[in-house]
Design a protein around this ligand. Structure first.
Ligand code: WT7
Length: 665
């Protein structure tokens, strides 16, 4: 396997610390190229956000851009009414663009593709919207969508949006338990799922997992719609009494017309569960007007999406990235969005580049973890393909190391595409910190300045801004349209999680409220922000957020485990990997059997993404005199770093023992 270290030419040409200018050819055609945009937003805040709202068609004009009378419960575009499905589909058809492609779906089996024009998408969405109504779904009912990357997922999302039923998409790779937890939390009585899907050539049983999950749902689930993805490759499950086949159901509604329901700007568009510090996932609530405006605006300004483009975000729709930047943002702008079912290395390691070439993809938005894998596989894979259609590259999900950035810029972008490193979160709805690709120079490894209208600052524990180069905490002072409105059914936790650190929570003045995303960062003399990573008990594995508490409680639930501590250790490809330190119960050995049961326990509770990289059995965990587990120390051990002062420990002697058990290779 070729090693990138053996490419001295590349290293020499692109030394660290170098600054890259936006390519001239890109600037000339960019959606946003005037640097005055930062001042315009600042001087005209919050009315500047009308620019975002102008990307949408409103049934009823809004009266107020921002209502900040009850912080942190901000409301945007109040009085306005709109429908997200209408904005993502119908209006483009009405504009005479019905025959243009909306979705290009690329299946994992290489001979399987489907194209949906905007008119075709409209027909599919209307038919499924009619079907959902027929099953009893009413406005404001939450519909859970537990589906992999198949076209019925965005169709179902848009069908829900059309009838004003918020969706809650659960990543298909999550376990049965995770599905049950989310359906219980949202009191969701409707589910759309599928029989299975393909992974590296093999069919995978999804319905069995779904059924197992449904057993854990505490309320009655009135209806389950099951997409037949696998056909003859399926597992032959019989459908239960409350389960209907998707195609059979939709066939009853052929040609149905369903008027998009006008929704209040502040009405919920969807819920998206994400991991937090406690074991319970958080139901992040996003609204119709603010979220959709923000997804559309950032797609336009940062990804430079134009209606005539073919744009590809390689994320899974089961995460926020796919919601905002496969479905809502790109379709609101009327572009062609590519959706890929498979993995980057099947059937071969050039699959993505084959797709870029075949579809003439103009923008590619992916994750650093994928780029590190491409780099490891070697440049001969992209070199086999003509990638000259690419105009812009993006990354999201975790910090990107400068070496991976430069590899992406050189071998995928041919040094002719700007790279946007976009920092944001499930909660922010869309991008927050990134360069504007035609305006700012790029600094590999640093996301860039906050977007226009975003007041992000790096502060110390007292809230004072830190000096250039000093590490501090990322905070956001002003609200923005795409922000979460609350955590589902839990306003108190919403305040606790995001607003207590730096706000005066007794104040009713919005200026006293500061959003805290729980990330550490530095800022340089040009205002460029480099995000260092989470400062809470959340770890980031391959760009996916996992709560250490969730994993710990899964491990403690395994027979024979007395206590567990989970931390993130550095990982070459994944960014971070799960390290589990486990104390066994009396009478149990830390043997291979227990290790396997622990891994299975984590996969059952969360899913394979949370699988521990290493399970280290120990007799004790390093604790402070007050009994708190020293996680920082466990992280350092996982990373094979020299340890600092351990004298504050109650049990310093355990450290050496644990160290000797961790393999640092
Ligand atoms: C966390 C949010 C945003 C969609 C994908 C993840 C980390 C995200 C970057 C970036 C450094 C990043 C942060 C953030 N993160 N993008 N460009 N540079 N870190 O969404 O699951 O809500 O996770 O991902 O730590 O807080 P998420």
């Amino acid at each position: 396997m070729p090693d990138q270290d053996a490419d001295p030419e590349l290293e020499a040409r692109l030394p660290e610390g170098e600054v890259f200018e936006p390519p001239e050819s890109f600037v000339e055609q960019a959606n946003v190229s005037d640097p005055d945009i930062y001042d315009e937003f600042e001087q005209n805040w919050p009315e500047c956000w009308e620019r975002a709202a102008d990307h949408l068609s409103w049934d009823e004009e809004y009266d107020t851009v921002l209502d900040d009378s009850n912080p942190p419960f901000y409301e945007w575009f109040t009085g306005g009414e709109l429908n997200a499905s209408y904005n993502c589909i119908d209006r483009h058809v009405e504009d005479g663009r019905g025959d243009e492609e909306a979705l290009e779906w690329v299946g994992e089996p290489t001979d399987e593709t489907r194209t949906y024009t905007y008119s075709e998408l409209q027909r599919e969405v209307e038919e499924f919207a009619a079907a959902l109504r027929d099953r009893g779904v009413e406005e404001d009912d939450i519909v859970t969508l537990y589906m992999p990357m198949i076209p019925e997922l965005p169709i179902a999302m848009l069908a829900c949006a059309r009838i004003g039923a918020p969706h809650s998409v659960v990543f298909a790779g999550f376990s049965a338990d995770a599905l049950a937890t989310r359906m219980n939390s949202a009191d969701s009585e409707y589910l759309v799922t599928c029989d299975g899907y393909y992974r590296r050539g093999d069919p995978l049983d999804h319905l069995e997992k779904t059924n197992e999950g449904l057993e854990g749902v505490e309320h009655e689930v009135s209806d389950v719609v099951v997409v037949d993805r696998l056909g003859d490759d399926g597992f032959g499950h019989d459908l239960a009494a409350n389960q209907t086949d998707y195609d059979d159901l939709v066939a009853e509604f052929e040609g149905a017309e369903v008027e998009p329901v006008p929704r209040d700007a502040e009405d919920m568009l969807f819920l998206m569960y994400t991991s937090g510090t406690t074991g319970q996932p958080k139901g992040v609530k996003h609204t119709t007007g603010g979220y959709l405006s923000y997804a559309a605006w950032t797609s336009h300004a940062v990804l430079d999406v134009k209606p005539e483009d073919t744009y590809w975000c390689s994320a899974d729709i089961g995460w926020i990235t796919g919601h905002s930047y496969i479905v809502y943002g790109p379709l609101a702008l009327g572009t062609t969005s590519v959706m890929y079912e498979g993995t980057p290395d099947y059937p071969d390691k050039d699959r993505l580049w084959e797709i870029v070439e075949e579809y003439d993809v103009n923008q590619l938005y992916t994750a650093p973890t994928a780029i590190r894998a491409f780099m490891k596989w070697g440049k001969e894979y992209p070199d086999q393909h003509d990638l000259s259609s690419l105009r812009l590259l993006g990354t999201v999900g975790e910090p990107i190391n400068p070496r991976a950035w430069k590899w992406y810029y050189t071998h995928i972008g041919d040094e002719d595409c700007p790279v946007v490193d976009t920092w944001w979160q499930t909660e922010t709805g869309g991008m927050m910190v990134t360069t504007l690709p035609a305006v700012n120079d790029m600094k590999p490894g640093s996301a860039g300045p906050p977007l226009p209208g975003i007041d992000a600052n790096i502060v110390d524990t007292t809230g004072e801004q830190v000096g250039a180069g000093e590490a501090g905490y990322l905070t956001v002072n002003n609200p923005w349209p795409g922000m979460l409105r609350t955590l589902y059914d839990n306003d108190e936790r919403f305040i606790d999680e995001y607003w207590t650190e730096y706000s005066d929570t007794d104040s009713s003045d919005a200026d006293d409220w500061v959003y805290f995303p729980e990330d550490g960062a530095t800022v340089d003399e040009d205002g460029y922000i480099t995000v260092l990573g989470r400062v809470d008990d959340v770890i980031n594995v391959s760009g996916h957020r996992l709560g250490t508490m969730e994993i710990e409680s899964a491990i403690v639930g395994v027979e024979g485990v007395a206590e567990a501590a989970v931390v993130g250790g550095d990982h070459e490809l994944k960014g971070e990997a799960v390290y589990a330190y486990v104390i066994t119960e009396d009478g149990y050995d830390g043997d291979e059997d227990l290790r396997e049961r622990i891994i299975a326990g984590v996969e059952d509770a969360i899913g394979p993404i949370a699988r521990p990289e290493e399970v280290v059995f120990t007799t004790e965990l390093p604790k402070t005199r007050s009994g708190k587990i020293m996680r920082r120390l466990l992280e350092d051990i996982a990373n094979g770093e020299t340890l600092g002062n351990t004298s504050t420990l109650r049990n310093p002697e355990v450290v050496e023992d644990i160290q000797s058990k961790v393999s640092n290779d």
